[in-house]
Design a protein around this ligand. Sequence first.
Ligand SMILES: [Zn+2]
Ligand SMILES: [Zn+2]
Length: 359
Amino acid sequence: MEQTLHLDNFIGNPRIIEVLKRANEQDRLPHAMIFAGPAGIGKCTLALLLAQVLNCLSPVDKDACGECSACKKIYATLKSRHLQCKSTQGNGFCGTCENCRLRMQRHPDVRLIEPEKTTISIDQVRELIDEVAFQPFEARYRLAVLDPADQMKIEAQNSLLKTLEEPASRTIIILITTNPYILLETIRSRARLLQFGEIPRETIEQYLRSEGKMTAEDAQLSAALSGGSLAAAMTFDTIAYREIREQAFRFVKLLLKGEDFTGTSLLAAQVSKDKKSFATWVDAVTALLEDIYYAVTAPERIGQGDLREKLEEIAHNTPKPKLISAIDATGNLKRELKYNVNRQLALEAMFLTLSSRQQ
Ligand SMILES: [Zn+2]
Ligand SMILES: [Zn+2]
């Protein structure tokens, strides 16, 4: 049985939870808010949990019960997020498939507005504006969550301004975004900005372990490599990653030793073939180099504990400045990947630059 989500067991960003709880207790929740922060940390989930708290029919200790009809409908909104109709292939909704049926269980007063195709259209925003002009059907509070709000074109954003300025009573609009500065300044100035942070690696690891779906080793690896995103950590493919990591580790050893150009060049040719997997491979190289660095500076921060002994051995045989140069060089390579860089040449150049260093 799935555990019921609550404000009290929300993972990460405890300060924001406190702010929202206190504002709610004092009946001072802003009518418009921007939830900003990295992808995959639960901004939209939190917005819908807040909708539950505001509308729960039988709250327990000021938190939503998760069981009443209001809570269940809002949960259906959360569950049907990102779900497309199974028969129309993204062109509207048939109303009868499994996904559509789940959508139809959504709470009428808690609206989740997601992009149709790639943008949130001005029509979607107008529909919302018309809706919030009236009292909620059954809810105490009407909530509208736009996710991601930065997918509104400028005209759609402009059309929302008046509603943000003069909101209907008992209506809260939440704009979700990874970067609030993409939104119009006029939108930002009318909404309270709540900046979410990455979820600490330890918190993610602890959560993955408590879920019990991964081994402790995989939980540690997923937490370390998901960039502070719980969603990414939960779906992290450790098997595929370990395969990529093996080649990454070979490269790291060659790079830090700096003796075998031919071997490095062969490996570079191999891993450079596919652009997409190359990016993951570079991430793996970075994660390994960072862990080698941690092995001497902060062993408790090593993310890939399954390699600890090997990492430590390399750390003790590598001068620190060389290690730092290698980390810098990988960072540069990652940035260059945005342009059409010759991947094999870039790796060979990295090897040559590093091996020409005295240390
Ligand atoms: Zn409830
Ligand atoms: Zn359907």
